[in-house]
Design a protein around this ligand. Structure first.
Ligand code: ZN
Length: 415
């Protein structure tokens, strides 16, 4: 007879995100239990039939989800852009702020000047906040170092922060985020540096590579050269595509078989079918749409073409200063027209897929025991509709990653 280490018992509403296990695309089970052995899910089913366990966690009155997956962040940085935001609100154009060394370049300067300890502390704090929201997997990009040693340093710090907090971290090399001030006059020299010096320097600390292909960033041709070099070096690729202008970057992502094409605010609708054929995930970033007052990506075209859609925070100090993935799920519904189911699949199963991991963001026997429990907002039923509807900064009562407590208490009791 199966003996469990831990049983999460009497869950009012369990979203497994596995349609095979329960009703709807969310795989809903009611009055259910999840059994854990070691780092894995060992049993899922009705509480009444659950095997014995060494530890029982009572989850009456709570909703459970797989550990959430934030598949697009820039969570290693130093400095603040809050005062710059104040200036933008007063009407100063972003181009003028950039000319004065503000914007992304001010974050590059502050990041380069920061000590390892300072950068690590910032990233650890951001990952702890993520864990408190029920997030168990975070993708973190470099891109504020912009030279071989600094890019490597940021990726190492991202991994170290993941080890300290216990959140699963995937790292993405984004040396081609912008051109640093010292090479503004010679962009080709910078592209060469990314390919010939930065890429070899980060290979053992990066899981993926990414390029910001856009007006004012990198051209389609530069992006293709960098991404092909990364693929030849063995890295999976993803692309910041079609955010500020339509460049053809999404089609390139499809041609390269990229794991994800991210942003897509200016995606030409016809390119959706190319993403679908390639199996590339569309990562929607509603925080950036909100702060930049940008249009929504063509969600209906993505839906019609059956492109898998993920939703992420784009956490960064300027254009999307939030790590609140629940808020981004809400905004994806409000600003982009996603259904509640699409938003929830977007912050779980499809976000895992964007990282090449179909076992993340889903609760299934044999998969990692990543799970979060939530109490409903006061007065609301124990139901996902209430969590997605309300912009309340939801916190988990308990977050587990690979069976370990990341956040919260195992003895939550509703009052
Ligand atoms: Zn981004």
């Amino acid at each position: 007879m199966l003996k469990l280490d831990t049983l999460i018992s009497n869950v009012d509403r369990l979203l497994t995100l596995d349609p095979i296990q329960g009703g709807s695309d969310l795989g809903v089970l009611e009055d259910a239990a999840v059994g854990i052995v070691g780092e894995k899910v060992a049993w899922i089913g009705p509480t009444a039939q659950a095997p014995g366990a060494a530890t029982i966690i009572e989850a009456r009155g709570l909703l459970a989800t797989p550990g959430l997956v934030d598949c697009h962040t820039h969570a290693v940085w130093a400095g603040s852009r809050a005062s710059e935001w104040r200036r933008r609100l007063s009407g100063v154009p972003y181009a003028e702020i950039l000319e004065q060394g503000g914007g992304i370049l001010s974050t590059v300067a502050a990041t380069r000047a920061a000590s390892d300890e300072e950068l690590l502390a910032g990233c650890v704090a951001r990952l702890r906040a993520a864990a408190s929201r029920g997030i168990t997997t975070v993708e973190i990009k470099s891109g504020y170092g912009l030279d071989p040693a600094q890019e490597r340093r940021c990726l190492r710090i991202a991994r170290r922060a993941g080890e300290i907090v216990g959140v699963r971290v995937f790292t993405t090399f984004l040396g081609a985020h912008t051109i640093p001030p010292e090479l503004r006059h010679d962009r080709e020299a910078y592209v060469q540096q990314v390919i010939q010096e930065q890429l070899p320097a980060v290979l053992d600390v990066a899981d993926f590579a990414d390029v910001f292909i856009d007006r004012g960033a990198f051209t389609l041709d530069e992006g293709e050269r960098i991404l092909r070099a990364a693929q030849e070096a063995g890295l999976g690729v993803r692309v910041h595509a079609e955010q500020l202008s339509a460049t053809g970057a999404a089609s390139l992502a499809a041609r390269l078989g990229a794991l994800s094409a991210d942003h897509l605010e200016r995606l030409p609708p016809h390119a959706a079918s190319e993403l679908a054929r390639a199996g590339t995930v569309a990562v929607l970033l509603p925080g950036a749409c909100l702060y930049l007052n940008d249009p929504s990506p063509p969600v209906q075209a993505l839906r019609d073409a059956e492109v898998p859609m993920a939703v992420a925070t784009d956490l960064n100090p300027g254009s999307s200063p939030t790590g609140d993935l629940w808020a981004c799920a809400t905004l994806a519904c409000v600003l982009m027209g996603l259904t509640i189911e699409e938003a929830l699949v977007g912050i779980t199963r499809n976000a895992g897929r964007a990282l090449g991991r179909s076992d993340l963001g889903i609760l299934r026997v044999g998969g990692p025991a990543d799970l979060a429990l939530y109490a409903p907002p006061p007065g609301d039923p124990v139901h996902e509709d209430a969590l997605v509807q309300r912009l309340e900064g939801h916190r988990a009562t308990l977050t587990l990653c690979e069976g370990r407590v990341l956040y919260g208490a195992t003895d939550y009791s509703p009052t």
